[in-house]
Ligand binder design. Structure first.
Ligand code: AMP
Ligand code: MN
Ligand code: MN
Length: 320
């Protein structure tokens, strides 16, 4: 229960909440779900949310307008939560607020979590941070706003309840949430499946230009800055491309990368399970989960691909 995590703190008067850089659905859901929940528990507390601006499609969630993306705060928080974030660097500007607080609590499901909080509650088997929060939250303080946010997060990190991280505990959590009554399919349609025209165009282009290698067991594609400028898209518009690459028949590992600077790429990897992509991403300074991980790498597209392939090949050889 969340109250156990807050032991010794009594009733906090100031609470900070943050999540990882480039927040995805689980991160946004966890942060806003926590915001709504704590607002119900600590009615007199001042609660601040620090997060890079999420995609507008999440604006239906309560607390979205309270998100502070400046990370500027002069004081010290009684309690600070870091959610869905595996290491302190990925908290970006919120890192120093987290470390400077009286009690820092990290709640996460990344296998690569470095244990950077005063309390680090990490469940690597959980589908999502939102699944963990659903278990930690007490019914008494939950409402439809909390439930909607947590449902959004679970839906996103499980690919709408399909990925192998979806287990019996995930469905238990979902059953606790749906009781609050909201339109779950609308949430998944509007935040997960729906794409803008340009998002579809850039997805199509990534698929067209993808390359298959290692006898069809790996697929890779990249988008450079020129293409992003041409279509008028930013990194949020590229979410989901790696998942589409991954469902190519015969593929074990999918790699998608986009250029973030000269000879600099943000890399996303997805695996069907034989290859542990968290291990590879961690080697290159990133992290994630066994089947979904990411990192930032330098070099040309082919340099990056060669570096990654060596690790993938080695793992494939040893797993045979
Ligand atoms: P992505 O490929 O960006 O969708 O990320 C897949 C998973 O890996 C998510 O759980 C991310 O939180 C994690 N991840 C992505 N990039 C990094 C990174 N640079 N460092 C640590 N974890 C990452
Ligand atoms: Mn996340
Ligand atoms: Mn997550």
């Amino acid at each position: 229960m969340i109250n156990n995590l807050l032991e010794e703190t009594g009733s906090p008067l100031t609470i900070g909440i943050a999540g990882h850089t480039r927040p995805d659905g689980d991160c946004v859901g966890a942060v806003l779900g926590m915001y709504s929940y704590l607002s119900n528990v600590y009615k007199n507390a001042k609660i601040k949310i620090f997060l890079e601006k999420p995609a507008d499609m999440y604006s239906f969630l309560k607390g979205f307008d309270m998100i502070d993306s400046t990370f500027a705060y002069p004081g010290q928080f009684d309690v600070f939560f870091a959610l869905d974030c595996g290491d302190i660097d990925r908290l970006e500007g919120a890192g120093k607020l987290f470390l400077g607080s009286k009690k820092s609590i990290a709640i996460d499901h990344h296998v690569s979590n470095t244990g950077y909080g005063d309390v680090s509650h990490v469940e690597p088997e959980a589908s999502s941070t939102c699944e963990i929060l659903t278990r930690l939250f007490e019914d008494e303080y939950m409402d439809a706003d909390v439930a909607k946010a947590l449902y959004t997060g679970i839906a996103h990190d499980t690919g709408v309840f399909r990925y192998s991280c979806t287990g019996p505990d995930t469905f238990m959590a979902l059953s606790k949430l749906v009781k609050f009554g909201f339109d779950g399919s609308r949430i998944t349609d509007e935040t997960f499946f729906q794409k803008t025209y340009v998002q579809n165009q850039i997805l199509g282009r990534s698929l067209l230009e993808s390359i298959l290698f290692m006898d069809g067991r790996c697929i890779a594609s990249s988008i450079d800055r020129r293409a992003m400028e041409f279509y008028g898209v930013d990194s949020k518009d590229l979410d989901g491309i790696v998942n589409q690459l991954q469902i190519t028949k015969g593929v074990e590992v999918a790699i998608f990368m986009y250029e973030t600077g000269t000879l600099e790429y943000k890399v996303s990897m997805r695996s069907n399970g034989k290859v542990n992509v968290a291990e590879i991403a961690s080697f290159f300074g990133g992290g994630g989960h066994v089947r979904a991980a990411g990192c930032n790498m330098n070099g040309t597209f082919y340099d990056v691909l060669n570096n990654l392939s060596a690790h993938i090949e080695r793992q494939m050889e040893t797993s045979q």
